[in-house]
Ligand binder design. Structure first.
Ligand SMILES: Cc1ncc(COP(=O)(O)O)c(C=O)c1O
Length: 400
């Protein structure tokens, strides 16, 4: 089993700020030297456009981009022929919403617990009269029993859209079961893997996922690079999204002929350094082992919850911890989340305060003014959680 205690030396931010306890990994993760070096290698050793220039630097860039595509697709067991590079999960979700063909079925089923970047593209379509949107409500702890999915998804449903892991409660959805329900009704499934892919082994093929979106920056990769993996047979059924250089095979003013493969969705010169960095992040995670990472986070989850509860704060989400990642949202009654987050910051604990771009979900959980969120990752040590515990006791003395 890989020893995660050795990883901290790879993260320059942790060396630069040795006192820092970084518990904002759900917002964005820290990056290891291996990723930073891979990203820089593009500018130092490649430097050209991929898939268009036939000189040697162009060819080298292209080969590396294709290898990155294979690598990242393999990481989530997706077909590389269906991998579209995006900026992030938000752009991937907008792509699905705007390119999907709703002419035969126009109902989209999603949940109140989704991130704004999942809800807004579909709310936008609903407001333009292009789709019917059903938003499944959640229980007070954010959970949604499978029967509720069964009654919402029907023969009118074109697409089911939901997250694999939640960014406010730190718990996962049963993606296999939701996919089965959707496919039984002839609907397709689009998963927001922004919080799932970085922390748990994802397997697009065996989970029955038709579209999977995730962001590089939450899984040790660079900012500005994300992914949408599409079941390749669905590509011809998608309309265009952002068009431009590289998306056409033959440019005719009267009727442009578009590419048949994923390059139809990758307009303009791309974020090559980001692709190199994301592939290096996948290597890094793969070397440690996704099961080891999930195990490490599960081991941190228990003392994290205990630290929060001992301070007198209220934790949002389900009570049990066995299916919990190392992510918790909480509040001290009567205290403003931002005030608490700033106090913790003074004690070198970096957490996030607010709605975490999930206002409907936070309100459903009863956090009407937002909350404080502590989220760990593979570089978080048990010593970090001890420091968090100390700081939470100080916060509790002031606020609870
Ligand atoms: C569950 C979830 N979905 C989607 C997103 C959007 O990710 P990005 O900002 O990288 O587009 C986030 C970001 O916090 C998230 O937590």
């Amino acid at each position: 089993m890989a020893d995660l205690r050795n990883v901290r030396k790879d993260f320059p931010i942790l060396s630069r700020y040795p006192e820092l306890v970084y518990l904002d990994s759900a917002c964005t993760s820290l990056k290891p030297n291996q990723v930073i070096d891979a990203e820089m290698s593009y500018y130092r050793e490649y430097g050209a456009c991929g898939s268009r220039s036939s000189h040697f630097l162009g060819r080298r860039t292209n080969e590396k981009v294709e290898a990155a595509k294979e690598n990242v697709a393999k990481f989530v067991n997706a077909d590389p022929k269906g991998l579209i590079w995006t900026k992030n999960t938000s752009e991937a979700m907008n792509l699905v919403a705007n390119a999907f063909d709703f002419s035969k079925r126009r109902k989209v089923v999603t949940t109140a617990m989704e991130h704004h970047s999942v809800l807004l593209p579909f709310i936008n379509l609903r407001d333009q009269g292009k789709i019917d949107l059903e938003v499944i409500p959640c229980d007070p702890d954010g959970e949604i029993p499978l029967e509720r999915w069964e009654s919402a998804i029907d023969k009118e449903t074109a697409l089911v859209v939901c997250h694999s892991w939640n960014n406010t409660t730190g718990t996962g959805r049963d993606i296999r079961a939701i996919s089965r329900i959707a496919h039984d009704e002839g609907a397709l499934v689009c998963i927001d893997g922004a919080q799932g892919v970085p922390h748990h082994k994802a397997d697009q093929k065996s989970e029955g996922v038709d579209f999977l979106a995730f962001s590089g920056h939450k899984m040790l990769g660079p900012t500005g690079i994300g992914v949408l993996t599409v079941r390749p047979d669905l590509l011809p059924k998608l309309g265009n999204f952002v068009v431009g250089g590289g998306t056409i095979s033959n440019m005719r003013i009267e009727k442009p002929q578009y590419q048949l493969d994923t390059s139809r969705f990758e307009a303009g010169v791309q974020h090559y350094s980001g692709m190199f960095g994301l592939a290096a992040a996948c290597d890094y995670l793969r070397n440690l082992g996704m099961d080891n990472i999930a195990h490490h986070e599960k081991m941190l989850a228990k003392p994290m919850r205990e630290a929060i509860e001992a301070s007198g704060a209220v934790v949002y989400g389900p009570k049990q911890t066995d299916s919990h990642g190392a992510l918790f949202s909480f509040n001290f009654k009567g205290a403003k989340p931002q005030d608490v987050a700033l106090m913790l910051d003074k004690l070198n604990i970096a957490v996030r305060g607010g709605f975490f771009c999930a206002q409907p979900g936070m309100e459903a959980l009863g956090a009407n003014e937002g909350a404080i969120r502590a989220s760990a990752y593979l570089y978080t040590s048990i010593e970090d959680i001890r420091k968090f515990d100390d700081a939470m006791r100080k916060a509790g003395a002031l606020y609870s």
